[in-house]
Write a protein that binds this ligand. Structure first.
Ligand code: SAH
Length: 472
């Protein structure tokens, strides 16, 4: 199996200093499962490519091990894709042969090691279990341009379908350490084959390599779960630790605390219950059968949706893994009878990235979420929701900033919650809503939410968008 790394940063041959591998020599390292070779198919001042070729020895792999029983099992032990398609062995080899580069150190070119340079990584064959779309979902949020080409099972038999093999090219301007780190973690995630024992130390390895990017990755749950070979207790520990390490501005870094804080301000009004009740009645009113709850938090709305059989399919999504876990627990998803279980799913994911799971729903509820998104995230969310997920109806609620002066416990000029990036007046929310509606082909209706004050309006506000309908 093969990985190539190319740079066009001049002088490109400096790649040798970054990798600590001299371009003029072939270098080989013995691994327990075979040999790892590094060589340079091209090395000029304009362009330099290093190749890591891992030569897996299928006999060494099974030596001293009992394989699956039976004749077919015997064959499978020796004849499989391990030597050819990039997999965890490549990652292990990379971690060993490029050990120093992975730490970001370079004896001769430290400044260059710290500098983002144009890099292209190619994996001519990789098994993308979960489909090419997954490869994109893993690498695109990290800023890579992803080029994928499906590979046939056998070029002579184009009719043979079902190949999960692809060739993958990733390009970005990043430090070499960043690229190597992403490959090191994500190649085994794509491979998803259980072949080595995972223990607590794998969590440490993952958290160390994931530092600075994994906590905010929209697919962190999938990455962690697959990296740790789906060992549930390890996965949970790792995700919880990641949540603690998430950057303070990571969306929903401490949603549990956040809920309390906001509710303390609003409690005298029982506002949240009213909000959920209103949203529910809108969803019933538009006759939605399939519903998204985006930024579902700990699942307050989900609980009501689940209790009403009108809703045949319910998907809750939140960026905070802890919230997702709490919601799953509170809803007792694992104890639901089979028929109910198929109605609902609660998943971790970010609203900033297009997500196929969100397509094809009748309606989406976005309750007290947009004010948690900063300007850039809000802009991404607008397209994710209205352009890609495109539910027929969308219900959005957000605080009405004008009303804040009436909260006795809220100091002047403060938001209701410290994670809020903005709180809009009625006019601001109306302007934003109308802009989205006209941009994406929806009509919108605005309504106050909660007891209305003659001057300041209601404490919260709600917009209902409907696609392709003329305003009544
Ligand atoms: N809708 C819930 C929770 C509101 S709190 C309720 O009404 O009770 C806001 C929620 O938005 C938090 O749970 C937070 O984790 C989530 N959130 C913030 N940014 C997000 C993003 N980019 N993607 C998905 N969820 C996000």
């Amino acid at each position: 199996m093969l990985l190539t790394l190319t740079t066009t940063h001049r002088p490109a041959t400096d790649l040798g200093f970054l990798l600590h591998k001299n371009p003029v020599r072939l270098q080989t390292e013995e691994m327990t499962f075979g040999k790892a070779h590094v060589f340079y198919p091209e090395a000029s001042a304009d362009r330099c490519t290093a190749s890591l070729l891992v030569d897996v020895d299928p006999v060494a792999l099974v030596r001293g091990r009992r394989g699956p029983a039976g004749e077919a099992g015997q064959l499978q032990q020796y004849v499989n894709d391990r030597p050819y398609a990039a997999n965890s062995f490549l990652s292990v080899a990379l971690g060993s042969i490029f050990r120093t580069a992975l730490t970001g150190k370079s004896k001769e070119r430290q400044q260059l090691a710290d500098t983002p340079i144009p890099l292209v990584a190619k994996l001519p064959v990789i098994a993308a279990r979960g489909g090419g779309e997954l490869v994109t979902r893993l690498f695109e949020p990290l800023g890579y341009t992803v080029t994928l080409a499906p590979l046939p099972l056998d070029e002579d038999f184009p009719g043979w379908v079902g190949s999960s093999y692809v060739s993958l090219e990733l390009s970005a301007t990043v430090t070499l350490q960043t690229l190597l780190t992403h490959l090191y973690v994500l190649i085994p995630v794509l491979d998803n084959e259980k072949h080595y024992w995972v223990g607590e130390d794998e969590i440490e390895k993952l958290l160390k390599r994931g530092e600075g990017w994994l906590a905010d990755h929209p697919e962190k749950e999938l990455i962690v779960s697959r990296y740790l070979k789906r060992q549930r207790s390890l996965t949970r520990t790792a995700l919880e630790r990641l949540e603690d390490e998430a950057s303070p501005e990571a969306e929903g870094a401490s949603p549990t605390a956040s809920d309390d804080e906001e509710q303390k301000v609003e409690r005298p009004l029982g506002l949240h219950e009213q909000r959920i009740g209103t949203v529910l009645s809108v969803l019933r009113g538009v006759d939605a059968k399939t519903v998204l709850d985006l930024g579902c938090g700990e699942g307050k709305l989900l609980r009501h949706l689940l209790a009403d059989q009108q809703f045949e399919r319910i998907l809750g999504m939140d960026v905070s893994f802890r919230s997702v876990e709490i919601a799953r627990d509170k809803l007792k998803l694992h104890q639901l009878p089979e028929r109910q279980k198929t109605r609902i799913e609660v998943v971790q994911g970010s609203l900033m990235y297009r997500d196929k799971r969100l397509a094809g729903f009748d309606a989406a509820a976005v309750v007290e979420v947009i004010e948690h998104l900063d300007a850039a995230r809000l802009a991404a969310f607008e397209r994710v929701l209205f352009e890609f997920a495109q539910p027929r109806h969308v219900v959005i609620t957000t605080p009405n900033a004008e009303y804040n002066v009436l909260f006795p416990t809220l100091p002047a000029g403060h938001f209701r919650h410290r994670d809020h990036r903005f709180e809009w007046t009625r006019a601001q929310f109306a302007a934003w809503s109308e802009q989205q509606a006209s941009r994406f082909g929806y009509t919108v209706r605005l309504a106050p939410l909660g007891p209305e004050d003659p001057t300041y309006g209601a404490p919260s506000q709600l917009a209902t968008f409907s696609r392709g309908e003329t305003q009544a």
